[in-house]
Design a protein around this ligand. Structure first.
Ligand code: G6Q
Length: 539
C-alpha cells in the first residue's frame, strides 16, 4: 500500500503545514511536559525525542500511520518466519539467532532453534580449543592472530563489534579484518605475522564472492608458502563460515571446521550467526552470549511494546517525518564513544542497502522518498570537522547522538568533558544563539550575521549507562528494527539488494579486457578511454 495515499498521511500533511514554522524554542515553551512525554526507555536505553521538530501529537499521528501500514502485524510476521524477503523467496529470521530464552521458531515445519544452539555450542567449543592450544597450527604452535576474510555483511558487523568491544577482548588473540580485493588490505594485515600462528576465517555466506574468494586463495598461498607447501596445512589454518558446504570442502577446509548458517539470515543481519565467530574468538563465548542477550532484550521490546512506547518504531517514525515531510536527505549518526568508530559505517550498510529502494512491493516506482543517506563519525572529532555545516549550513540534518554515562577507561575529567560536549552540541543545535545574546557579549555589529546560530536543528539522544556487550547488542537491534519499520512504512522490500548486482556483472567483462590488454567494442567511450589509460600505464 502506498502510504501517501492514506487518510493518515493526509492528516500528517495538514499537521506539518500547521507546525513546520515553529521553532524548537516555541515547542518547549508551549508544553512544559514535553520532555517527559517524548522520553522512552527500553532494553537498557534511554531515548529523548524532545529536541525534534514535532509535538507529542505528531507522534500520535505518525503512530496512526504505523497502524494503517500494519507495522505490528509485519513485526509479528517477521518473527514468525513468514517469507517476507519475497524477491529472494526467503524468511528473515535473524531474531531467531538470539532467541536464546524463547520458545521454538518454526520454519517450513521445522524448529530452527536446535540448529542455532548447536552452532553456538560449536563456536564456543572451538574457541575453547584455540585458547587451550588443543587446536593448533600445522607445526604445533598456538594460534595468536585470527584474520577474518569477508566483505559487506560478512565483515562490517563483526568488525564494528570487535572495535566496539575491544575493551573486553581476550588477551591471547588479536583479530584483524580483510575485506577489500585491493591486495594492499591483505598485505598490510599479514605484515609481521607468522603463518604458523595465524588462523584465517573465511566468512562468506555464498562462498562465491569475488573479493573473499580471491583473498582466501592468496591467504592459502601465503600459508602454504611459509609452511612448506603441504596441502594438509590448510585444515590447521582455515575455518569457514558459510551456507555453501560443498564449496567450502573444495577449498580444503575440514568439515568439523565449518560453521554453518542458513539462507534465512541476510548478510547485513548476520553478525549474531556463525558470522560472529571472530567475536566469539576475540571476545570470548561469554561476552558473545551477553551481546546476544542485548539483541534479545531489544527484540522482545520491539515485538511486545505498543507503538507509542516502542523505541525502534518511534525512531522510525521520527526518521520518516524528516525524510518525507521536511525532505531531509540524510541522517547523521554521532556516537560519543571512540570504540564505536565503525558504527556509522555499519549502519550505512544496514540502512542504505535495506531501504535504498525505488520500487515498491507491487513493482511500481515509488513517488515518495525512501531510505536516507546515513553518515557520521564519533564525537568529539566530528565537532572539529563537519558540525559547522550542521549548525550553520543550508541543509537540515537530523542527528542521532549516542552516548554512555560512564567511561570504560576513567581518567581525570575526560568523561565529564566528553559528556558536556555530547549535551552541549544538542543544546546548541536546538536552541542556537540569538541577536540579544550576541549584543550582550559585545559582538562587533559586522560579525553578528556570522556568529548567529538560528538553532531549530533537530537531534535525538540515545543514552545508556555503560558500553557493554549487552548495551551494544540492544543498540544494534534497535537500529535493525528501526530500518525494518521504515521499510514497512515505505512499502519496500528491505531484505534484498539487487542494486549491487549490475556492477558485479560488468566487472567481469572489464576484467577480461584488463587481463588481455584489449578494449571490447561494446564499452562506452569513457570506459574505453579509461581502459586504454590503464593499458598504457600497466608497467
Ligand atoms: C548483505 C549483502 C552483502 C553480502 C556480501 C558478502 O546483506 O548481501 O553485503 O553480505 O556481498 O556476501 P557473502 O557472505 O556471500 O560473501
Amino acid at each position: 500500500m502506498n502510504p501517501t495515499q492514506t487518510a493518515e498521511w493526509n492528516a500528517l500533511k495538514d499537521h506539518f503545514e500547521e507546525t513546520k514554522a515553529l521553532h524548537l524554542r516555541e515547542f518547549f515553551a508551549l508544553d512544559p511536559e514535553r520532555v517527559e512525554k517524548m522520553t522512552l526507555e527500553g532494553a537498557g536505553w534511554h531515548l529523548d525525542l524532545s529536541k525534534n521538530r514535532m509535538t507529542p501529537e505528531t507522534l500520535e499521528l505518525l503512530g496512526n500511520l504505523a497502524r494503517v501500514c500494519r507495522v505490528p502485524e509485519a513485526i509479528r510476521g517477521m518473527f514468525a518466519g513468514e517469507k517476507i524477503n519475497v524477491t529472494e523467496n526467503r524468511a528473515v529470521l535473524h531474531t531467531a539467532l538470539r532467541n536464546l530464552s524463547g520458545g521454538p521458531v518454526v520454519l517450513d515445519g521445522q524448529d530452527v532453534m536446535p540448529g542455532v544452539k548447536r552452532v553456538l555450542g560449536q563456536m564456543a567449543d572451538f574457541a575453547g580449543q584455540v585458547y587451550s592450544g588443543k587446536f593448533q597450527g600445522y607445526t604445533g604452535k598456538r594460534i595468536k592472530t585470527v584474520i577474518n576474510i569477508g566483505i559487506g555483511g560478512s565483515d562490517l558487523g563483526p568488525q564494528m563489534v570487535y572495535e566496539g568491544l575491544k575493551f573486553y577482548a581476550r588477551p591471547e588473540l588479536t583479530v584483524r579484518f580483510v575485506s577489500n580485493i585491493d591486495a594492499n588490505h591483505l598485505a598490510e594485515a599479514l605484515k609481521g605475522l607468522d603463518a604458523a600462528e595465524t588462523l584465517f576465517i573465511i566468512a562468506s555466506k555464498t562462498f562465491t564472492t569475488q573479493e573473499t574468494m580471491t583473498n582466501a586463495q592468496s591467504a592459502k598461498e601465503w600459508v602454504l608458502g611459509q609452511l612448506g607447501g603441504d596441502p594438509k596445512a590448510v585444515a590447521h589454518h582455515f575455518v569457514a563460515l558459510s551456507t555453501n558446504l560443498e564449496a567450502v570442502a573444495q577449498f580444503g577446509i575440514a568439515p568439523e571446521n565449518v560453521f554453518e548458517f542458513w539462507d534465512w539470515v541476510g548478510g547485513r543481519y548476520s553478525l549474531t550467526s556463525a558470522i560472529g565467530l571472530p567475536l566469539v574468538l576475540g571476545l570470548g563465548p561469554d561476552r558473545f552470549l551477553e551481546l546476544l542477550g542485548g539483541f534479545e532484550a531489544m527484540d522482545r521490546h520491539f515485538l511486545e511494546t505498543p507503538i507509542e512506547k516502542n523505541l525502534p518504531i518511534q525512531m522510525a517514525l521520527v526518521g520518516l517525518w524528516y525524510n518525507n515531510f521536511f525532505e531531509a536527505q540524510s541522517v547523521a549518526i554521532l556516537p560519543y564513544n571512540q570504540y564505536l568508530l565503525r558504527f556509522p559505517a555499519y549502519l550505512q550498510q544496514g540502512d542504505m542497502e535495506s531501504n535504498g529502494k525505488g520500487v515498491d512491493k507491487d513493482g511500481l516506482p515509488v513517488d515518495y522518498q525512501t531510505g536516507p543517506i546515513v553518515w557520521g563519525e564519533p564525537g568529539t572529532g566530528g565537532q572539529h570537522a563537519f558540525y559547522q555545516l550542521i549548525h550553520q549550513g543550508t541543509k537540515l540534518i537530523p542527528c542521532d547522538f549516542i552516548g554512555f554515562v560512564q567511561s570504560l577507561n576513567p581518567k581525570g575529567d575526560h568523561q565529564e568533558k566528553l559528556l558536556s560536549n555530547f549535551l552541549a552540541q544538542q543544546k546548541a543545535l536546538a536552541f542556537g544563539k540569538g541577536l540579544e545574546e550576541l549584543q550582550k557579549e559585545g559582538c562587533p555589529v559586522e560579525l553578528i550575521p556570522y556568529k548567529l546560530f538560528e538553532g531549530n536543528r533537530p537531534s535525538t539522544a540515545l543514552v545508556a549507562p555503560q558500553l557493554t556487550p549487552k548495551s551494544l547488542g540492544a543498540l544494534i537491534a534497535l537500529y535493525e528494527h528501526k530500518i525494518f519499520t521504515q521499510g514497512v512504512l515505505w512499502n519496500v522490500y528491505s531484505f534484498d539488494q539487487w542494486g549491487v548486482e549490475l556492477g558485479k556483472q560488468l566487472a567481469k567483462a572489464v576484467l577480461s579486457d584488463l587481463k588481455q590488454k584489449t578494449v571490447s567494442p561494446d564499452h562506452d567511450p569513457s570506459t574505453a578511454a579509461l581502459l586504454r589509460y590503464c593499458h598504457q600505464h600497466k608497467g
